[in-house]
Structure formats: structure tokens, C-alpha cells
Design a protein around this ligand. Structure first.
Ligand SMILES: [Zn+2]
Length: 390
């Protein structure tokens, strides 16, 4: 290709990248909204069932991770384009060994390439904030088309777990690298422990009481934002804080949001993206280890691992210009999961189906409002037994 062709291609790639990453607008909106009386009533009905046994739920979201690398390993075409060595060409078991060990022992995957209908972010923008709001609320958010939309107004999973009397004041935590997750995690953030980014999260001060948690929080504050920007907290600090919280507090619900893979992908650094997947997998292993300890102590645990969106064909972006970036994936593991390995969804599934599935597993009141997602009962052999096993 001659220089003129390269130059024209570069302009096209740049234009597509700008279009695909149009999620990046970042003005801050007030995020606190009061919840309706109907929401509160629904919680109370569910609370009696949901508190009937010791259980814990951990939801790990790894931002912007394609299903391809998770389930098929290093992509040969990207590896060649980015100059990776032959020794760096590894399969999924070497790239993310903890996740695949979980899948072999007590986990189920939906959305693996070649295994049935896709699981997707509903879009239409395939940006992060609508993806997280869909995960937390169990509803698509079609009006949220970038990362500047307002905070969630309806009750989220975190709100519902926090409303349980058995959760206690520190029983629900939302801990993430990306600060804007504070606009997805809870409609009533005062009721949960929330630390998003280096300095965001209105209840982050609750972490200062515990010396080990305070050390992680302060180390994160002092860190540079890279590979993110603004108030982004690099994953190693977020993960340190989240795993320590799980170990020390044993909350009923923990959301742990990692973000380095998406940031490295935006920098078009495939090697760093792969390393951040390995790092994320280490975190999965640490979380799984704590959950095994809790199981030994009689706590029924569930681990969910997913992503908020996939990636555009050119890898660096995602968003409204790249519908392929709506493809996501899901792993669910724990003592309630009665199947193992990669399973086929009965039909196309969505991020909005995660919250209803966790509600069913936790014994929380189902959401019958218009547009709500549905329970993914193909994850289980005996869905009717889910609540009975609490
Ligand atoms: Zn992104």
C-alpha cells in the first residue's frame, strides 16, 4: 500500500475510532435519587426469604473484554499485528487459568464463541455506563448513550441487598477502578459501601475504620491514573481493596469492577491488554479462594464474572459505531450452580438478565416491571430448587 493509501486509511481508522469511542464524554451529573415506596415494599417482601440462610454473592465485571481471548486465548491476527512472540501465543487455559479451573469444577459459561446464541449488552450505544446500569438494574437503558447520562433512578441489586436486615451496615460494597460506576451501582449510595475510582464513592470513608482497608484506599489515592485517566484507580489497588474487603467483612454482596483491559485496548496495546487479563485472572483466583473459605464455614457463595461490553473489530474501540462491541460473556460459579463448562443459551441473552438471575438465586423479590430482564435458567439443572437451596 502506498503512503497516500496509508494516510487515507489512517484517517478512516481515526474517524471510526472517534465514533466507536464516543462514550468518553464525562461531565458529572448529580447521582443521588430517592427510591419509590413501591421499590421499598418489594424489598420487604423479598427480605424474609433472602435472609433465610447464610449466602454471599460476588460480581466481578472486567471492563471491555472480548469473549475471544477469554475462551479461545491469544488472537493470532492481533498477535501478529502487534508483534507478539511465538512464546506469547497461549490458549485460554494459560491466559486465564483460574477462570477455566472454575469452569471445569463448579462454573458455567454463557456466550463463549461457538456455543449458542450470544449474550449482549442491549445498547444501542455499547458504552460502559449503560452497560453497568443494565447489569445493576436488570433493565436495558436505551436512553443512556454515553458515559455522561444521569445516575440510576431505579433500585439496583446493591440497593436490594442493602435493604435486607441480615446484610448489616457493611454487607454490601461497590468497589471499582472507574469512578463513574458510582452512577450505576446504587440509587441510594448512602446505604452501601462505595469506593469508585481513587476518590469517588460517597461512602468510601467507611473503609477507613479497618487498617488494611485504609492502607489500600490511601495507596489507591496516591497512585497515578494510568492506564486510565481522570479519577481512575488502577486495578491493582481496586483489587487489593476488594479482595481484602471480601476477606475481612464477608459481605452479602460485593461488586468488584476492574478496568485496566479496556484502558489498554483504547491505547491499542494488545500485549498490555493480555497482561491485564492475566492480572484480572489472578484476582478471580484470590476471590475464589476466599469464597471457598466461606463455603467451608457454611456460607453458600456465588461468583459471577462478566464484562460491560466487548470490543470493535479494530480492537481499540467500542460504542454506537461498532455493534459487534455489544457482544459480552458471562461465567457463574458456586454451590448453587449445578452444571459445569460452556453451555448454550436458549436464546440471545442480555446483561439485563444477570440481575433477575441473581435475584432468583438470592431469594430476592422478582422484578415484574416492564422491560425487566429474565432469569437465565439454562445455567442450572434444577432452577425450581434455587430458592429452596438457600
Ligand atoms: Zn472503553
Amino acid at each position: 500500500m502506498n503512503n497516500v493509501g496509508v494516510s487515507r486509511l489512517s484517517r478512516i481508522v481515526l474517524a471510526l475510532t472517534v465514533l466507536a469511542t464516543a462514550c468518553a464524554a464525562a461531565d458529572q451529573q448529580p447521582f443521588y435519587r430517592r427510591l419509590s415506596l413501591l421499590d421499598t415494599a418489594a424489598w420487604r417482601i423479598g427480605a424474609l426469604k433472602a435472609c433465610s440462610g447464610a449466602s454471599a454473592f460476588v460480581l466481578i465485571a472486567i471492563d471491555g473484554v472480548r469473549s475471544d481471548e477469554v475462551f479461545d486465548g491469544v488472537n493470532p491476527a492481533f498477535a501478529a499485528a502487534h508483534g507478539l512472540r511465538d512464546s506469547e501465543m497461549v490458549g485460554p487455559d494459560q491466559l486465564m487459568p483460574h477462570l477455566h479451573r472454575i469452569l471445569r469444577t463448579n462454573g458455567v459459561a454463557l456466550g463463549a464463541p461457538g456455543h449458542g446464541p450470544e449474550i449482549r449488552s442491549s445498547g444501542p450505544a455499547w458504552c460502559s455506563l449503560p452497560g453497568y446500569q443494565e447489569i445493576f438494574t436488570g433493565h436495558p437503558v436505551p436512553d443512556c448513550r454515553n458515559n455522561s447520562c444521569p445516575a440510576v433512578a431505579r433500585a439496583t441489586l446493591a440497593d436490594e441487598f442493602a435493604a435486607l436486615s441480615c446484610s448489616g451496615p457493611r454487607g454490601v460494597a461497590v468497589i471499582s477502578s472507574w469512578e463513574t460506576i458510582e452512577r450505576a451501582g446504587a440509587a441510594n449510595p448512602s446505604a452501601v459501601v462505595m469506593s469508585t475510582g481513587r476518590n469517588h464513592g460517597m461512602t468510601r470513608e467507611k473503609l477507613m475504620d479497618d487498617p488494611a482497608l485504609r492502607d489500600w484506599l490511601l495507596a489507591g489515592e496516591r497512585a497515578k491514573a494510568f492506564p486510565g485517566q481522570d479519577d481512575y484507580r488502577p486495578d491493582r489497588f481496586t483489587a487489593g481493596l476488594g479482595v481484602q474487603y471480601l476477606r475481612a467483612v464477608r459481605p452479602r454482596f460485593l461488586f468488584l469492577g476492574l478496568g485496566d483491559p479496556d484502558e489498554h485496548a483504547h491505547h491499542n496495546d494488545y500485549r498490555a491488554y493480555l497482561q491485564s487479563l492475566r492480572d484480572s485472572d489472578q484476582v478471580i483466583g484470590q476471590v475464589a479462594s476466599v469464597l471457598r473459605d466461606m463455603e467451608r464455614d457454611g456460607v453458600s457463595t456465588t461468583l459471577v464474572i462478566t464484562t460491560d461490553h466487548g470490543r470493535s473489530r479494530n480492537f481499540t474501540g467500542h460504542g454506537a459505531g461498532a455493534p459487534e462491541s455489544g457482544r459480552v460473556w458471562l461465567v457463574v460459579a458456586g454451590s448453587r450452580v449445578l452444571r459445569t463448562g460452556r453451555v448454550e443459551a436458549r436464546r440471545e441473552r442480555y446483561l439485563a438478565d444477570i440481575a433477575p438471575t441473581l435475584r432468583a438465586m438470592a431469594g430476592l423479590a422478582p422484578d415484574f416491571t416492564a422491560g425487566a430482564g429474565s432469569v437465565m435458567d439454562e445455567l442450572f439443572l434444577a432452577p425450581i430448587d434455587l430458592v429452596a437451596r438457600q
